[in-house]
Design a protein around this ligand. Structure first.
Ligand code: GTP
Ligand code: MG
Length: 510
């Protein structure tokens, strides 16, 4: 007679038994696939199903990054299923979030800085292709404004918190009397409570309304601007060739009598990937050199990120000859320990521009009489005829050359740097996922593999799971049958025993 050893208590049972004589454990496990039995296969099916439908946000600026982010999106969706590890790995959850954010919203920040009225907003408008930022002749840009490409046009206004405002107020320097006068004239205090501590205001607006909307929040003529910490503008009409990761930052003057505000601008310069210092070509004097020096001081980590743009080039008496002389002077003055390291760097990074003229050329068809006269007067310098020589005139303004630097030198390089950063973050994340996967052993590893599988492989896994499910179903049916038989046999035995007992009892009575 054969024996069956109990898997639980190792007791030797006769092979006619279905349950262990000693501990009662089911003995007939041979026909049951234990792993399939233990696997939460219903969850598995759901996971595989999920993997097939993880939405992917395409990354258009780099194919490799696109593939990395797709993989991380899948791993992330797996990870977030209850019990799969996210609950105990908050740092990894945050890393994944930051990683995807970096892939989706890579930013290359270019800050435009300089003293007031040096043409920062005019140059930004030329680069953006439309007059969004206000360029009035009185001090205008009073709040830091970021411009970026976006599928929809919007403005997002961020206000100071109460504690930031208190610091700002306490940081007014002695030179802030004009600031105070204006603040009182515009009755700033009356508006204060309305805006301080307010959550950011997000407004989707039409492209044509951006300029007016910006005036409300950034212009020094509106009381609201005092309480605005930062404005972000999304623009839908930027050309396809506009580098999507580039963000232009229009800054208020560096010599703000309210120290807290100039500190914010300085902080931006430190963080910016590139800085364009605008100086007026007509008056390159001590003050401009001081501004440039302070920008270099904040950019000590990478001086090559500084670019000097001499604006108002068109207003020089003899633009081409005068600029040659000016540039020679600037290159000499700005080469050295505290500035550009080499003369060639200085020569490359010091440029001129006549953005005002560029914008007139761009808007030629809708110019008023004043605009046309200004343009004609400038065209006379080169004996150009309008509109026939409009293109040549535009070239002279050098705005296209500035854009070329942004696109080819900065954005392209940035792409490389960012790719490197993303790759190392990616390696880190997948390493950590693998670590969690090891903890979760076989199940998680299989799912990890599934996350990178092709559709075909996933289909195969699904059908494999289906087979496992069928096997389990089959085993369950078997089990039910066995239990039925056991119950039947037990009842039969009980009936016999009870019958015998009854017989004995009736014999006893007799
Ligand atoms: N002729 C000429 N005028 C310019 C040029 N750039 C700017 N302007 C004019 O200079 C004035 C100031 O220009 P903005 O672009 O507002 O200067 P900003 O540096 O942004 O000024 P704030 O924001 O007030 O500091 C405006 O009247 C512009 O039309 C230029 O290249 N040539
Ligand atoms: Mg401005």
């Amino acid at each position: 007679m054969g024996k069956i050893i109990c898997g639980h208590c190792r007791f030797e049972n006769r092979d006619t038994r279905n349950f262990c004589e000693k501990c009662g454990t089911f003995l007939r496990t041979k026909n049951f696939d234990k792993t399939a039995y233990e696997l939460p296969e219903v969850k598995m099916m759901r996971v595989v199903e999920n993997l097939l439908h993880v939405p992917h946000e395409p990354i258009n600026w780099d194919k490799f990054i696109d593939a990395c982010s797709e993989k991380v999106e899948r791993l992330d969706s797996l990870f977030r299923i209850p019990g799969m590890g996210a609950e105990n790995n908050a740092a990894l959850v945050q890393d994944v979030k930051d990683f995807l954010n970096l892939c989706r919203n890579p930013e290359f920040q270019i800050a435009f800085v300089g003293t007031i009225k040096t043409g920062k907003s005019t140059l930004i408008n030329a680069l953006l292709g439309k007059n969004y930022a206000s360029m009035a002749v009185t001090p205008e840009t009073a709040a830091l404004t970021k411009f970026r490409a976006s599928p929809r046009d919007y403005v997002k206004i961020t206000f100071y918190t109460k504690s930031e405002w208190d610091k700002l107020w306490a940081s007014r320097t002695e030179g802030a009397s004009a600031f105070m006068r204006e603040y009182e004239e515009l009755q700033g205090d009356k508006h204060k409570d309305k805006w301080i501590n307010k959550p950011p205001l997000y407004k989707q607006i039409s492209n044509d309304d951006i300029e007016d909307e910006l005036k409300i929040w950034s212009s020094s003529k509106h009381a609201e601007h005092y309480f605005v910490k930062e404005i972000e503008v999304g623009i839908s009409t930027l050309g396809k060739d506009f580098p999507p990761q580039v963000v232009f930052v229009d800054t208020p003057g560096l010599s703000d009598p309210v120290a807290y505000r100039s500190e914010l601008t300085k902080e931006y310069i430190r963080r910016a990937n590139a800085v364009f210092v605008c100086i007026d070509a007509q008056k390159i004097q001590r003050e401009e050199i001081e501004t440039i020096s302070s920008v270099f001081a904040f950019s000590s980590d990478d001086k090559s990120k500084v670019h000097i743009i001499a604006t108002h080039w068109d207003v020089l008496n003899d633009p081409e000859t005068d600029w040659k002389e000016q540039k020679d002077y600037l290159v000499k003055r700005l080469t050295g320990k505290a500035f550009f390291e080499k003369r060639e760097h200085a020569a490359e990074n010091i440029m001129h521009s006549a953005a005002f003229i560029y914008n007139l050329c761009r808007d030629y068809d809708s110019l008023d009489k004043k605009g046309r006269i200004a343009l004609k007067r400038f065209a006379l310098n080169f004996e150009y005829d309008l509109p026939a020589d409009l293109h040549k005139l535009k070239e002279k303004t050098n705005v296209a050359a500035v854009m070329k630097v942004i696109r080819e030198k900065l954005a392209a390089n940035y792409k490389k740097l960012l790719s490197r950063e993303i790759q190392s973050k990616y390696r880190n994340i997948t390493y950590n996922f693998n670590r969690v996967a090891k903890e979760k052993k076989d199940l998680m590893s299989e799912l990890m593999a599934a996350s990178s599988s092709s559709q075909q492989e996933l289909d195969r896994k699904i059908s494999e799971q289906q087979t496992k499910r069928d096997e389990v179903k089959h085993s369950a049916e078997q089990l039910r049958e066995i239990i039925k038989q056991v119950k039947f046999k037990t009842r039969t035995r009980a009936d016999i025993i009870c019958g015998k007992l009854r017989l004995k009892l009736s014999e006893g009575k007799r």
